[in-house]
Design a protein around this ligand. Structure first.
Ligand code: GDP
Ligand code: MG
Length: 174
């Protein structure tokens, strides 16, 4: 019989980077243009990852929490998706401090995370080079994906799922 496990995933990143769109894409394979930015929700998603049924509980944060709420979310999660928008440099600059806070809240434990540069469909408006994302991920010793919650191509939609699956693997490794 296949093993099964539960992984709590919290999605962090500045408001507007596309956290809700990514989660909806993962859950429904659809893109929804407008999502209440102040909304914070949890979702359940099951996936077969390396022959194991993994049940994810996903917290889509609003991205405008105060410190206390943020720390609460960081204690709740088993793994974390840190999202920035490749067309918004300030959202990229938010990642470092988020990661530092995670380390502080979770220390001395290892913090499983993945870095996601979203809105890769907006190449013309890009402000953060792919190499910069790669470098940051290398610094944080985590996996890195550039993806788009809205691009219709199967390739990018697959990347969204791959990012979440890789995070679950990272959680399970520990
Ligand atoms: P959140 O605040 O991080 O949850 O961001 P949302 O999911 O609400 O998305 C913010 C805005 O960015 C919305 O207008 C979305 O339609 C748009 N958006 C989200 N993901 C993408 C993407 O991959 N590409 C493009 N072009 N727009 C996106
Ligand atoms: Mg949202």
């Amino acid at each position: 019989m296949a093993k099964s496990s539960e992984v709590k995933v919290a999605v962090f990143g500045r408001a507007g980077v596309g956290k809700s769109a990514l989660v909806v894409r993962l859950l429904t394979n659809r893109f929804i243009w407008e999502y209440d930015p102040t909304l914070e929700s949890t979702y359940r998603h099951q996936a077969n990852i390396d022959d194991e049924m993994v049940s994810m509980e996903i917290l889509d944060t609003a991205g405008q929490e105060d410190l206390l709420q943020k720390e609460g979310h960081m204690r709740w999660g088993d793994g974390f998706v840190l999202v920035y928008d490749i067309t918004d440099r300030s959202s990229f600059e938010d990642v470092g401090p988020l990661r530092s806070l995670l380390e502080e809240v979770r220390k001395p434990r290892h913090v499983p995370l993945v870095l996601v540069g979203n809105k890769a469909d907006l190449e013309h408006a890009r402000q953060v080079a792919t190499e910069e994302g790669e470098r940051l991920a290398a610094d944080m010793a985590c996996a890195f994906y550039e993806c788009s919650a809205c691009a219709g191509t199967a390739g990018t939609a697959g990347t969204v799922a791959e990012a979440f699956h890789e995070l679950c693997r990272e959680v399970r490794r520990r």
